[in-house]
Design a protein around this ligand. Structure first.
Ligand code: NOJ
Ligand code: CA
Length: 588
């Protein structure tokens, strides 16, 4: 199947079907992904067709029209492959099959065909840093002796101490606790240790082993042959570990990516992405991506690789998207930037420069399945390091109205920027983080491995609402839902917002339509100076964007006050931009 799109970005209509079955590739520099809006589907929480309370592929297939109407170019699906679900599918037991929880390969094909029919490309998640402990290879490794080729596909080491009773080094798992687990050898004796940067059920592959390279080439081809348009690559910064696996102690002042957290406050010590760790951002990863780049290039239709690489600074992230490596990398520096004009201007400048220097577009993202939803994050009043989550006992809980107002303004700023934008399911509905999940409902391994000290990510993963009056708000025909949905979510339901003036959904639809019409994704940003410090203002093609990140209204210069307002994230008078509001004007 070929999936190239010969139409220039912006040529297609919002409401109509945009078939993508045309073979000609775009001229270099105009590829679809450079300006695309990509919508993340978290399969278990999107739509449940068979009523077991867990979203599935059939549910996705039957709910794609609303995404076409929203105006997205592609969907990225978090993992749906065979998995014991210890980390919600990021623990893969068979990379080339669908977990029965989500359906079958035939369901996948049907979903992909439907998406393509609607003009929506399909990106899937690839998890190459680790597998599940239920993967055939890991089971073989456990059943084989130390030093065997089966063990050599993972990171097995002898322990330290007299009887090997201590872990091989001091590395800590991202989810809390040691990054090593000791096994019992086939003969019943306490044995070697294996490395898992995440849960103990997620053993890390050894990427110095050619078997691993070969296996993943096969996985890429398996899905490319089925017509996928690309891959989001999980933990793309962690696949290669420093030679000798040296001990590592994070510096006391290391924040997530070494940057200030979403509030602009210094974060607490961050266990998630310590700066300079011997397991993050090692030079050796790049050769792997060059190899994959070549595999994708064998296929027609501008297939894409997008890196999940939590590295710092942006000039480092840009290495993941050099012209012979991946195509996109998530801009986590942008995601972690507070709702503060000076910080936003700086990160936008830095992003455009760093990615531009390697010939890649920047991406922009505010939410995903690992972070506190931005409709809540932007109203937190206490530090909240990445991965911690918010729950009933967290300090500094957000005021929902403030969070939503800022989120709408922030999203409207993001969607006017040149480059690719990633949306996370439910943000177009204005969904907040679910804070008051009962302890017994929580499922994130972070919660268990940190002994309840970190709430983790369940709060952003609650199944999304479709219809106010239906069971589970239309998520599931039986009303079942793997995480409980709040009682007050009726107003957020998609059906409650369709066609409703001022709704968050209609705001996003309008933004995506204007973005396409005015080709903002492939445009060029020029700063508009002379406005107060709290304001981010720029021009992109025929559109001028003014975002007021402060709380007091900012008067507009006469020229803008007279200009046509194309879009407004909140109410406005015309003469000024209210606090926490973004306006788009037709530039004069
Ligand atoms: C990043 C994924 O986004 C996250 O959900 C997962 O837990 C870890 N990688 C481990 O695969
Ligand atoms: Ca289901």
């Amino acid at each position: 199947m070929t999936t190239a799109n010969t139409s220039a970005p912006g040529d297609t209509t919002l409401e109509g079907t945009r078939p993508i079955d045309t073979p000609e590739p775009q001229a270099s520099g105009a590829e679809w992904w450079r300006s695309a809006v990509i919508y993340q589907i978290y399969p278990r929480s999107f739509a449940d067709a068979n009523g077991d309370g867990i979203g599935d592929l059939a549910g996705i297939a039957s709910h794609l029209e609303p995404l076409r109407d929203l105006g997205v170019d592609a969907v990225w699906l978090s993992p749906f492959m065979t998995s014991p679900q210890k980390d919600a599918g990021y623990d893969v037991a068979d990379y080339c099959d669908v977990d029965p929880l989500f359906g079958t390969l035939a369901d996948f094909d049907a979903m992909t065909a439907r998406a393509h029919e609607l003009g929506i490309r399909v990106i899937i998640d690839l998890v190459p840093n680790h597998s599940s402990d239920q993967h055939k290879w890991f089971r073989e490794a456990l059943a084989s002796p130390p030093g065997s080729p089966q063990r050599a596909r993972y990171m097995f080491r002898d322990g330290r101490g007299e009887a090997g009773e201590l872990p091989p080094n001091n590395w800590q798992s991202v989810f809390g606790g040691p990054a090593w687990t000791r096994i019992t050898e086939p003969d019943g004796r306490p044995g070697q240790w294996y490395l898992h940067l995440f849960d103990s059920s997620q053993p890390d592959f050894d990427w110095s082993n050619p078997d691993v390279w070969e296996m993943f080439r096969g996985v890429l081809r398996f899905w490319l042959d089925r017509g996928v348009d690309g891959f989001r690559v999980d933990v793309a910064h962690g696949m290669v570990k420093q030679e000798g696996l040296p001990d590592y102690t994070p510096p006391m002042d290391a924040g997530s990516m070494g940057a200030a957290g979403p509030l602009g406050l210094e974060p607490e010590i961050d266990e998630v992405e310590p700066v300079g760790a011997p397991y993050w951002g090692q030079e050796g990863v790049h050769e792997i991506f060059r190899d994959w780049h070549r595999v994708l290039a064998e296929y027609p239709g501008e297939r894409v690789l997008c890196a999940e690489a939590w590295v710092d600074p942006l000039t480092e992230t840009a290495k993941w998207v050099r012209s012979d490596e991946m195509h996109q990398a998530f801009n986590f520096a942008y995601l972690e930037t507070p709702w503060k004009a000076s910080a936003l201007r700086a990160v936008i400048d830095e992003s455009l420069r760093a990615f531009g220097d390697v010939g890649a577009p920047s991406t922009w993202v505010l939410s995903n399945h690992d972070v506190v939803r931005h409709a809540s994050r932007f109203a937190l009043t206490a530090p909240n390091p990445q991965g911690k989550g918010i729950g009933p006992k967290s300090p500094g809980k957000p005021i929902p109205e403030v969070g939503l107002r800022r989120a709408r303004a922030a999203s409207m700023l993001m969607l006017a920027l040149p480059g690719g934008a990633y949306l996370y399911q439910g943000e177009e509905l204005g969904l907040p983080e679910v804070i008051d999940l009962p302890d017994e409902a929580r499922q994130d391994p972070t919660w268990f491995r940190s002994g309840g000290e970190r709430y983790g990510r369940d709060g952003c993963r609650v199944p999304i609402p479709w219809e106010a009056g239906s069971p589970a708000y239309g998520f599931s025909p039986t009303g079942a839902s793997w995480l409980p949905q709040p009682l007050d979510w009726g107003g957020y339901a998609r059906a409650s917002q369709v066609g409703k003036e001022g709704s968050t959904l209609e705001l996003y639809r309008r933004a995506l339509r204007l973005r396409r019409e005015h080709r903002l994704g492939s445009g060029t940003l020029t700063w508009v100076d002379g406005l107060p410090e709290d304001v981010v203002a720029f021009r992109n093609g025929p559109v001028t964007v003014v975002a007021n990140t402060g709380t007091s209204p900012v008067p507009l210069p006469a020229q803008l006050a007279a200009a046509e307002v194309l879009l407004a994230s909140g109410e406005h008078s015309g003469a000024s931009v209210p606090g926490d509001t973004t306006l788009w004007f037709r530039a004069l």
